[in-house]
Design a protein around this ligand. Structure first.
Ligand code: C2E
Ligand code: MG
Ligand code: MG
Ligand code: MG
Length: 287
């Protein structure tokens, strides 16, 4: 018996590390040098008007291509970065890139708003809203063309802190969106008190809306909630034309998803909006 327990113990401390943990450790190691080795890039996914399919904004999404691990998706490296604290540098870098791209588009005469994701770890730092406001003040960017994507849990964890941060952002003209809306636990009474501009319907509801009556009802409820609270709605993860049609019928004005465009490198996005502008110019010239 004692021998057995002893052996168990021995195995516990010396057994092979599980592949999952190994994977995280490797990501952790490699991620520390990602920025210095220029392995990161920001991609942009267009946000369109559902009716006209015109591009009105872009969401900045971080991409990491590591020499050893290859392309690692954000869902794998963001949680690691949140754990080891690297998220602050990564998000700061992403924001700087996104803001400078947005400034470039604006100088080029294109009214494209840019949206960046904010990590919970970063948001809990009191200075985040203040820092972002400062960066935008020191740039030529119109604050109303910038939006920050936060999640419900970030609002609900410390509602007072969140409320203060959002109030600062609201006063500065920067927009705030709640990402993946419907998947967290929002307190509706609180939601009403937060100065939020936009709700983004989580793509799980959109992908199920035509086969699951409940998913569709939840979307209808979110759209109605948003309109009641004077917020915009963006549907995420639109992949089919019937989904687009149904969302238009339900009163949703904005969306993003593979049906329109996948996230793409900055150069490609810049070309895309230049072409959109050209087509619009030709259209006006002809009418
Ligand atoms: P998110 O902010 O909800 O971003 C939308 C995700 O949905 C992106 O995944 C996008 O590529 C994907 N997507 C867009 N349209 C479709 C579609 O039609 N079908 C499907 N199946 N997927 C679609 P991505 O780029 O892999 O990012 C995953 C998550 O990682 C993001 O979810 C966001 O929470 C986080 N993330 C990405 N970049 C950053 C960043 O720079 N900072 C932080 N803190 N988080 C980031
Ligand atoms: Mg997002
Ligand atoms: Mg989302
Ligand atoms: Mg998300």
């Amino acid at each position: 018996q004692a021998k057995q327990a002893g052996r168990g113990k021995f195995n516990f401390y010396n057994s092979e590390i599980s592949p999952e943990i190994k994977d995280k450790l490797e990501i952790d190691n490699q991620l520390r040098h990602a920025l210095a080795k220029s392995e990161c890039k920001v991609h942009y996914q267009p946000i369109v008007e559902l009716e006209s399919q015109k591009i009105v904004a872009a969401e900045a999404l971080l991409r990491w291509n590591n020499s050893k691990l290859g392309q690692v998706p954000p869902d794998r490296f963001i949680p690691v970065a949140e754990n080891n604290g690297l998220i602050r540098d990564l998000d700061q870098w992403t924001r700087r890139m996104a803001f400078s791209h947005a400034q470039f588009w604006a100088q080029d005469g294109k009214a494209i708003a840019v949206s960046v994701n904010v990590s919970a770890v970063d948001f809990e730092q009191t200075s985040l809203a203040h820092d972002i406001i400062q960066i935008i003040k020191n740039s030529e960017l119109d604050p109303s063309m910038v939006s920050l994507e936060i999640t419900e849990s970030m609002l609900m964890k410390d509602p007072e802190h969140a409320s203060d941060a959002l109030q600062l952002l609201r006063n500065s003209g920067i927009k705030v969106a709640i990402d993946d809306f419907g998947t967290g636990y929002s307190c509706l009474a609180h939601l009403q008190t937060f100065p939020v501009n936009r709700l983004k319907i989580d793509r799980a509801f959109v992908s199920n809306m035509l086969k699951d009556a409940n998913a569709k009802k939840i979307i209808a409820a979110i759209i109605s909630l948003a309109h009641t609270l004077d917020m915009e709605v963006v549907a995420e993860g639109i992949e089919t034309e019937p989904q687009r049609q149904e969302l238009i019928n339900m009163g949703c004005k904005l969306g993003q998803g593979y049906l329109f465009y996948a996230p793409m490198p900055a150069d490609q996005f810049t070309e895309l909006i230049a072409k959109q502008q050209q087509d619009a110019d030709i259209d006006t010239a002809m009418h």
